[in-house]
Design a protein around this ligand. Sequence first.
Ligand code: GLC
Length: 622
Amino acid sequence: MLFQLRMATNLGLIQNLYFSLYPEKDHLKDFEKVMQTLPKLFASRPNELKEQDAERLQGENWYQSEKMVGMQLYVEQFNRDLKGLHDKISYFKELGVNFLHVMPITTRPKGENDGGYAVNSYDKVDPRYGTKKDLLALTSELRKQNIYLMLDFVVNHTSNEYPWAKKAKQGDKKYQKYYYTFEEDTIPKEFEKTLPEVFPQTSPGNFTYIPEMEKWVMTVFNSYQWDLNYTNPTVFLEMLTNLVNMVNLGVDVVRFDALAFLWKRMGTISQNLPEAHTLVSLFRMCLQVVAPGTIFLAEAIVAPTQIIKYFGENHTRGNECEIAYNASLMALLWNSIATKKTGLLYKSMANVPSKPKDCTWINYIRCHDDIGLGYEDQFIWEMGWNPQQHRKFLLDYYCQRLDWSPATGLIFMYNPKTGDGRITGSAASLLGLEKGLKQKDEALIAQSIAKIILLHGIVLAFGGIPMLYAGDEIGTLNDYSFLKEKAKKEDGRWVNRPKQDWHVIETIDKSPDPQAEIFRTLKKLIYIRKSDPVFADHSLPNLYHTGNHHVLVFERKGKDNEGLIVLCNFDENPQVVEPSWIKKLGYFTKGEPKDLVSGNTIKTKSGLLELLPYQMLWLKKS
Ligand code: GLC
């Protein structure tokens, strides 16, 4: 009954979206197939999940709650396999994590496979992780423990070993049409004129010649990742089935991987095209009918004005993704650390259009990927910097080209043709802990701990879901072991995909080590966040200018006029802020407020509010 109701409500929209991609006059039959498939997909959804869907439709937006704290992890690096992950649920409970992004676990090619993002299937568990039974046992336990699960849906490409790719290689024309295949390189060459390169060092160009099939195939990412051809409606239908099969395993959030790339058009960069949005919305609305409790995360690491569009606008408003990565904030925080100034952050954030009220961000500082320097040139100019030189400075600062820099990062995908490059490395290493420990420099160690807390504190308070990257909660350093592995050594992102150090965690409660201090402080901050609805994502953060270029100040407001003000010092020297305006906002009604982070009452003896180097204050309105 509920299914019919949802179908009736969404049919018009689904139809419009579908026919705008696949014109009605040619594709009526294809649309009928979608209509026949949806009830079958619904029938295949386990009852327990159907009940959960119904509950979620009644309740508030669970993903905007202050209770949400995420962690991203690779199963094999975290604790062996799915059973091993199951065994560590108590660890998440202890830290306060209730949302897991589990990196790809399905079958993939034996050699290079982009950490599982080259998929050989969408629902077969790779034996290295265990079995489907293990996965179902895990998802069922996570549900019991109120822990949400996010898995990737690698929607843009399959591996070159996926059954469709294999058939295409054998000459099967039907499956060659599932990808962008070309007999000659004329069209590929035309495309190349405007297509950027994602991995210019390891996988230059966007097409690969496949001798078995005597054809070129589009491979925007790695040469072994074949781009799916969504102009073919059968691809959409088959991928919808793959999506639902995956979601039915007990997935709460689908991470729509590389969704900006879903539609290609010659003469463009083939990212963020309107058809890509229509397609995302079409997937979304079909899922709304079959599994409405499941939501979408946009993995679109693009310009802020483009990211925001994945929340849906115009005809897809509210009907694309509920969550998106706040990649802009992430990159701007790294810029602020290197420059010790917050101006670019203020300028850029002021330019990000507000998000719709039912949507939220994932705020994070590190993940399994690199850090791109995608700031708007115009704002860099306005800061008085030359964009090209400024990006070079950031690469130099983070990638060991400046002796005085505390950072130990690696340069990633340096493109000599353009001078562009990206940064990789663990949060702790990029923030100076690796160098501090190596040089036994206590001051540097203390400074790096303060920076680690500062950045995590910001993402915990900014509004949205904070996503920790496993290992960062214990200050894990770069892991250079990938250099010895053939299938990994060319991809520097592996430097930040370390094994979880359970030895460190065993003694974490008592240890005086930096790792333990980081863990204990983050655990406390998570606890504070989860205990106070002011951290829920019901309002946009308000950024305040203080006149001090090293400081970032923002305020969060609760539903009933509660307030939290966050003050951050990005400088290595103490900084002051004139506090009368904070007083006017109502933060001093009971005298000098207590900083929730340190537990100390703040002092404004001199009339100015003082921030220690890299200090962050959380002040509650009293
Ligand atoms: C996403 C993933 C990245 C992967 C790419 C291709 O950007 O985060 O790790 O390489 O998609 O699947």
